[in-house]
Design a protein around this ligand. Sequence first.
Ligand code: FES
Ligand SMILES: [Fe+2]
Length: 736
Amino acid sequence: MKRKKSKVTLSDLARVGPGTPAGEWFRRYWLAVATVADLHDIPLGVKVLGEELVLFRDPKGQIGLLGLHCPHRGTSLEFGDIEETGIRCPYHGWLFNVSGQCLEQPAEAKESTVHRKVKHLSYPVREQGGFIFAYLGPDGDAPPPLPRYFPLVDDKGLRSLEGTRHYDYNWFNFIENGADPVHFSILHRSDPNDGTWRSWFFNFKDIPPFDAVETGYGMKVVSRKAGPTPETEYVDEKSFALPSILQIGDTEFTHFKSEPAALKDGSHNEHFMFLTPNDDEHFTLFTVNYYTGPDPKFFEKLAPSRELAAKEEKKPYDDRPYAPFRGSVRREDIACQATQTVIDTRKEQLATSDRGVILLRKLILDGIRTVQEGRLPKGVLPRERAGEVVKIDSFTGVRAKSHSAKSGAGGKMLGFFLALILTTLFSTASASGASIQVAYSAISGAMAPLWVAQDAEYFRREALETQLLYIGGGSLLIQSMLGGDVQFAFGPSVPVVNASLRGADLVLIANTGNAMVFSIMSRPDIKNPPDLKGKKVGVTRLGGSTDLALEFALERWGLQRGRDVTVLQTGGMPESQAGVSSGALDAAVLSSPSNFRAKKLCLFELADVGQLGIVFPNTPLSTRKSYIRSNREKVVKFLRGFSQGLHRLRNDKEFSMKVLAKYTRVRDAEILGELYQVYGVRHTGDAIPFVRSEGVERILKSIESKEAREAKPGDFIDNSLLKEVEQSGFFGKLRP
Ligand code: FES
Ligand SMILES: [Fe+2]
């Protein structure tokens, strides 16, 4: 059974050329490629997603977007002549209409019809509100509808398009800046007596807290400060709409430069920036301001905040590339973003203030994976909604606190949870200095060996100060580990192998459970695997471990995803369980305790994947190779504590159940008993928790890439540390 596996990582975000994961994702959306004002009576060369193209308008007013190089012998059509019916290559005169059809080849015989067979590369183009948009994706003859963006289609206010801006660094550095509101208070240093914005709201000495909130169009960051009355608050929102539109809400007040009193009616200005990557090193920004307020001179007043010239003088000895930059918001941004280096080579150490950035990265990575699974990503408008006006709701002003609290209700308060994790992570890390951060990836009984080791203080007995953190989702966890904030990861297996295949410095050093401990739970009327034909099955994340478990089961049953079974991503175990219970799904892959809860709701256990005889590293422990090199003794001690926890789990039901109850928050004694049965008795893995190479081999087989085919399981495993523990006689001394 062949299926394209998701193996997308952060480094994919930077690359946008044809065939790259992010490039293919971008090609599902309409992208701005020029303003109407940019396009004169001569052809205009443009580069979009790594493709060199030429834009022209024929005398009938039709716009064409064709491959830049003439299909004859490659001359640039930027030098072509625009004629009644199209564009003529200057070299040998081949003529093309706006659809790329060759109409004439003057040097060929008069009766020749060869030109009819020449169809040059062309993409569909649409005009809207002074911008020209193009669609470079599949099905160019029937593209998805171009969304009708409010500031471009509404006609009651004043519209002002800024000049097209060209930048020479990677697109992603710019876009993620929009989800990073703390930089307003710091980079654009907003002390009333010192700084560019001179804002009392975004102020270095009093940085407003913010939430990162997922919305229907993408996400927004919502910053808040106490309002003029106890029931109100000042709010500033900045939005990101898929794939690459930023709305920096309130330019009306130049980010609260106005007196607080002026804000009570909110903003009347919308400010959309459409970003289009040209290639991996360049992007273009197309900006519109749309004002619906009462001030006819509004755009005049706005102009100074748009200046690119820095206010500060250039010092004669200042040879820094972007200097002088202080005093121009835009130059300050450029100096920071252009020097960040590209995301795939950048070394990062994320902090709590990056929660907006983390959510934005997740949204885009999810979109890329969705495209890889052959589905339409979020933000692409379905045909039946073609007429809708698309608004991106950024608010600036004063509003009632209750409203503010609900501002996240349009989406999910994902940011809150991330903030919680990272707050724990960083506050404790700094408080306890050298403490070891150990992250686990799921609230699942599978994490019991670690929880028991921690609560029984086995790490402390080894003179280690350990801090446990829950970081859901393998990729975020791995990011934290690579950034050096987390020393050990317990849980992720496939993401560790994937990251290592891409050169990450990670290795598996222990493993508990050698089977995939998942159940496929179905509606009560589905009692046999063949009954799944034509049905919908939920997994938490496509390409994740629940998906892999389903893949193995389908393989066993001779069923094929797509053809026989539709696989849907639910986002989490509770959602999967709710999906089957409500009948929205016919079955779902669940882990404990969700599967027990499902059983209690009379759902049917179609398969216990753990019993299918598949060797799989269910819950491995991993760390960085470089950490082992410089802290070998600590890692060995950690493994002693960990092994002791595993031993206690196997031998002390009462204590282990208490620990399980504490971490999983399960109170139902029956479910706790079952959890212990599964994770304390049935699936605790080998006596000494070595990593088995056949399990890693199984993962490698599931990844379709040259690197995975050529890799050896041993490259991902380091059992030598556990061996050292074994050789010291440690395991022989453990008493039940
Ligand atoms: S290169 Fe264009 S017509 Fe020959
Ligand atoms: Fe900025």
